[in-house]
Write a protein that binds this ligand. Sequence first.
Ligand code: HEC
Ligand code: HEC
Length: 215
Amino acid sequence: MSLRISLAATLLYAAFAGQTQAQDAAPAFNGDAKQGKELAYTCNGCHAIPNYKNVYPTYSVPKLHGQRPQYLVAALKAYKSGERSHGTMHSQAASMSDQDMADVAAYLAGPEVLSESKNDVPAEKRPKSSEVCLACHGTNGVGITPDYPTISGQHRDYLVRALIDYQKGGRKNAIMAGMAANLTREEIDALAAYYAGQKPALQSVPKKVSFLSSN
Ligand code: HEC
Ligand code: HEC
């Protein structure tokens, strides 16, 4: 019940804030956040609720706010094509055009989180197994190009789930399948805990304060 109320409040807020949100979208990206707002109604039922869980198996629905919109489009294409096997996300993506994906990604991502620390977390403060990850995800998990996801501040259980899926073939991305193949379960847990704890962090819900302050 309280979830429904907070969802309604979020959607209402998003309706008023849509104009601002559109202006905040990355200029080089052709997604239109205003169009995306219409498409995002269903998505917000899961992605705008903090700590909302995938039912079986149980793990947190990923945070999308602050993510790279280009990466979100790539992920949606992977669900559509079956490269990623998640059933609900396949149904969500199946009927979307490339433009729909760009629009909804622009809306859901909002302003991207950017690394303020120049990605310079020293080696002794990181898990050893993260050495190979930083070329693409940075030392703190902020993706270094728009196609590489930001994993900084993402839910820990979702990161574990994703890495195991790359190992077991539920996700078939060739780069990540190779990266995950030889990780032990202990390394996966350590990497997920490390990146989940990094800042600047992804968020589930567009922050009301950021809408207010940009008005
Ligand atoms: C019923 C809940 C639910 C709904 C509705 C839903 N999603 Fe998802 N979404 C999930 C879950 C769970 C995952 C993680 C799937 C996995 O393990 O690969 C996910 C993953 C994603 C990802 C990948 C994120 C990443 O970090 O790789 C994107 C992008 C996404 N959803 C976008 C959308 C969009 C756009 C919509 C609406 C058109 C939507 N979702 C609707 C539950 C939902
Ligand atoms: C050569 C570049 C590269 C390297 C190195 C790399 N990754 Fe990735 N990573 C990617 C790309 C590209 C994706 C998106 C794959 C997809 O579409 O499924 C990704 C996806 C992920 C995801 C899923 C994110 C999400 O939101 O669903 C996790 C978790 C992840 N990487 C962790 C790691 C870890 C841990 C390492 C080191 C062991 C690593 N990556 C090394 C490029 C890289």
